[in-house]
Design a binder for this molecule. Structure first.
Ligand SMILES: [Zn+2]
Length: 373
């Protein structure tokens, strides 16, 4: 697909692999590399395309499955000082996984007087209205066109998996609270170590643009009409930046494929569901541990450690301190839980997030912005 909004003399495209029959259900949308420097998902998508191609040739794809292995050609072009920086649009436009429109109001206007007591026609009606609402948007910038094109592809899907990775992390998921525990099979199949739930995460990420209108609409109609959460959208974090290997990517692709089998998008036996390895915790319970000072970061605990509230997890060292004994500032977490993310860059500035701990209770003073930018 050509991407609109490009400068004169330049052009970009998005490549979509499609399997199964158009219009078949469930419709599955899988994309990777929206943050263009996050490679594990792109490599997993490569292996998944191989599995899906073989399944399709054997007539085993029951639904409609589309895969966009490189969802961000703009970000892939952003090399600075020989490093790929693909998280935010360097030319302006912000974080590539933020600022997706909340379609709820526009869909409500289209459907509110046509809803019924039967959830099945309600789903079809809302899907059509979602597609029309996206279609009506007329983005002007290249980044706007990218967001618009991806959302147009995904908005009518039953399942949307947006593959990302963290800096250093085990597999984890971001999900809308109403999708839990229905999405347990995804967490178990992928071996997720953390599941972070929010109804509204504050950053308007891609997955939420697809899934949240369903429960926002249900709230708008005061539960007078049955509106299921008919789009299981998740941000799937496939470990850390450096976890790029054929073994891991093949394993992730096999697990994604088994999940698609379990959900009826592909025929075949997915095998037994692996045990749950994660506790689902509120995104509002994540302690985003910020650096109290600038300096060189060293950790006292490993990734995946269970930490206690008040535990020192890292130190920040200022090599210029007159007295080396006072050169180290200890950093503590305020919540007990799983330390599921560490920073790659070991020089931190005051305020930089250096670790994330999944606590089981919402933390006070979190406000509405629950994601890092
Ligand atoms: Zn990401």
């Amino acid at each position: 697909m050509p991407l609109g909004g490009t400068n004169p003399g330049t052009s970009r495209t998005l490549t979509v692999f499609r399997f199964g029959a158009p219009g078949a259900r469930p419709k599955v949308h899988i994309q990777a590399g929206l943050h263009a420097e996050e490679l594990p998902g792109m490599l997993a998508a490569h292996y998944l395309v191989g599995l899906l191609r073989a399944a399709d040739q054997a007539g085993h794809v029951r639904g409609e499955v589309q895969v966009i292995p490189m969802a961000n050609p703009v970000g892939l072009d952003q090399f600075v000082d020989e490093r790929l920086l693909g998280r935010s649009a360097l030319g302006g436009g912000g974080n590539f996984n933020r600022h997706y429109p909340d379609l709820t109001e526009r869909v409500y206007e289209r459907v509110h007087d046509r809803l019924s007591e039967d959830p099945v026609p309600n789903i079809a009606l809302i899907r059509k209205a979602l597609a029309e609402a996206v279609q009506a948007d007329q983005p002007r910038t290249e980044i706007g066109c990218l967001r618009h094109t991806l959302l147009r592809q995904a908005i009518t899907a039953d399942i949307v998996l947006d593959l990302h990775c963290d800096e250093e992390a085990p597999v984890h998921l971001y999900l809308g609270t109403p999708l839990w525990p229905d999405a347990q099979d995804l967490a178990r199949q992928l071996g997720a170590r953390a599941v972070l739930l929010a109804e509204v995460s504050g950053g308007e990420p891609f997955d939420e643009a697809c899934s949240a209108p369903w429960w926002h609409l249900r709230a708008l109609v005061d539960d007078r009409f049955p509106i299921p959460a008919a789009c299981l959208a998740a941000t799937v974090e496939l470990r850390g930046m450096a976890d790029v290997s054929d073994d891991l990517a093949e394993e992730d692709a096999r697990n994604l494929f088994a999940f698609l089998q379990r959900r009826g998008a592909v025929a075949g036996d997915p095998g037994p569901l692996p045990p749950m390895q994660a506790e689902a915790t509120p995104l509002a319970g994540v302690d985003m541990v910020a650096a109290p000072d600038s300096g060189i970061l060293t950790y006292r605990v490993d990734l995946g450690a269970a930490v206690t509230a008040g535990q020192i997890i890292a130190d920040i060292t200022d090599p210029l301190a007159e007295d080396p004994a006072g050169a180290r500032v200890p950093v503590a977490t305020v919540t007990a839980g799983l330390l599921w993310s560490r920073a790659v860059q070991r020089f931190v500035r005051r305020g930089d997030i250096l670790a994330k701990v999944a606590g089981s209770e919402p933390l006070p003073g979190k406000g509405r912005q629950l994601l890092t930018d």
